[in-house]
Design a protein around this ligand. Structure first.
Ligand SMILES: Nc1ncnc2c1ncn2[C@@H]1O[C@H](COP(=O)(O)OP(=O)(O)OP(=O)(O)O)[C@@H](O)[C@H]1O
Ligand SMILES: [Mg+2]
Length: 384
């Protein structure tokens, strides 16, 4: 009665094994023991603790020995049944040992069968490792392709945004120009109502223009084209612009706007146009997300010989796990269709890029219902 044919090799020397031997023709090792030793070694590496509490016997290394013996014609169902009944009476006894004692199978045949079964398991394990490795390689290649596609799509998105924004700007310039002429009465005198309407149109045109400019800046920033031209910038002028832009709006909302310029922080080294843009975005958010009765503070101060900008509010706040998300493009935390707050979700994404381009970064602290603090620190101009 031969053991089923598989291409097996000795686990010690790698010599091919004929199918009816218990001794390796290559190195002369007893295969049952050699296999047990090699299995134990590899198992021990990961399972030292487990092995130390459960002493092993070669037979314990093979699953469902009884089924295997029947399937390969070594014992009959009746023999196995009888052996299992004996095992029921002596649970600590090993099934193979019982079969040997019953005279159903010879000791050396049993050893040969166990060795063969273990070798089969080893082959299966190697095969499944190979399959797994191949699958990991396939998946890695798929992910790399997906990543390249994603980068292409991202580039396409930036290009589309840039092209459309530029196309929008041309007709808008005409709308703006003619509206200004109309509003100034250059194309005929306007009555009070018409004048008011033109005021509303011009305001809306202004908003549209700044949105288009943001989109253009965003598109060039995402192509890595953000250029910084740093110069000494007087911070008083920045604070004045914040006041000019937000005083009336904050007051109308019932929000108190407080600004402070501390000694030593009068001048900062930065791209003035971009820096004011960032500050206005932060204050715009602070005022927008702070309900009436709240406060928005803008402070410029000297910390460790650097100029720190700090915009703090007592508004709705941001959950800790959401803070990293607010710097993503087009990300708004209240993105539902019933959004109470306006905007496109570009402000902080661009602000973040601009501040990084200055070699600095944002620091944000916030608590839901209590308010938020946005900070960044820039260099002072080099002393002459
Ligand atoms: N001071 C703040 N308090 C609470 N939430 C804020 C504050 N600043 C930003 N956020 C959250 O971060 C999101 C992203 O801000 P961001 O300035 O990028 O976009 P936006 O203000 O919604 O739109 P945009 O700035 O383009 O007009 C906001 O929609 C809001 O959910
Ligand atoms: Mg904003």
């Amino acid at each position: 009665m031969g053991v089923r044919e598989t291409r097996l090799i000795c686990p010690l020397c790698g010599h091919p094994l004929p199918d009816d031997t218990v001794v390796c023709p290559g190195c002369g090792a007893n295969l049952a023991l050699a296999v047990a030793v090699s299995q134990q070694r590899s198992l021990r590496r990961g399972m030292t603790a487990l092995l130390s509490t459960s002493p092993t016997h070669v037979e314990q290394l093979v699953p469902r020995l009884g089924d295997y013996l029947i399937a390969n014609g070594y014992v009959t169902q009746a023999d196995l049944q009888a052996a299992l009944e004996r095992k029921g009476e002596h649970p600590e006894a090993l099934l193979g040992q019982i079969l040997v004692e019953m005279g159903v199978i010879r000791r050396d045949t049993l050893d040969q069968v166990i060795a063969h079964q273990i070798l089969e398991l080893q082959v299966a394990l190697l095969e499944s490792n190979r399959t797994l490795e191949a699958r990991v390689q396939d998946r890695t290649a798929e992910l790399e392709t997906a990543l390249v596609k994603l980068a292409d799509i991202n580039k396409l998105k930036s290009n589309i945004i840039a092209n459309i924004s530029h196309e929008l700007r041309t007709p808008l310039t005409h709308v703006k120009g003619y509206s200004a002429l109309l509003a100034d009465g250059d194309l005929g005198k306007l009555n009070g109502e018409q004048h008011e309407a033109m005021g509303a149109i011009l305001k809306a045109v202004g908003r549209l223009e700044s949105l288009i400019n943001d989109l253009i800046t965003y598109a060039s920033a995402s192509r890595g084209e953000i250029a910084i031209n740093p110069d000494p910038v007087p911070t008083r002028g920045l604070i004045d612009q914040v006041h000019e832009r937000f005083d009336a709006l904050a007051r109308a909302k019932g929000v108190e706007l407080i600004t402070a310029l501390e000694p030593g922080a009068e001048v900062v080294q930065a791209d003035s146009e971009k820096l004011i843009w960032v500050l206005l975005q932060l204050v715009d958010n602070a005022v927008k997300f702070t309900p009436g009765g709240g406060r928005v503070g803008v402070r410029v101060e000297l910390i460790d010989q650097r100029v720190r900008f700090r915009v703090a509010d007592t508004g709705i706040g941001i959950a800790a796990d959401q803070i990293p998300l607010i710097f993503e493009e087009f990300r708004q935390l209240d993105g539902s269709s019933t959004r109470r707050y306006g905007g496109t979700g570009l402000g902080l994404a661009l602000a973040h890029r601009i501040i990084e381009a200055h070699g600095a970064h944002f620091h944000v602290e916030s608590e839901i219902g209590r308010g938020s603090v946005f900070e960044f620190t820039l260099r002072r101009p080099a002393e002459r």
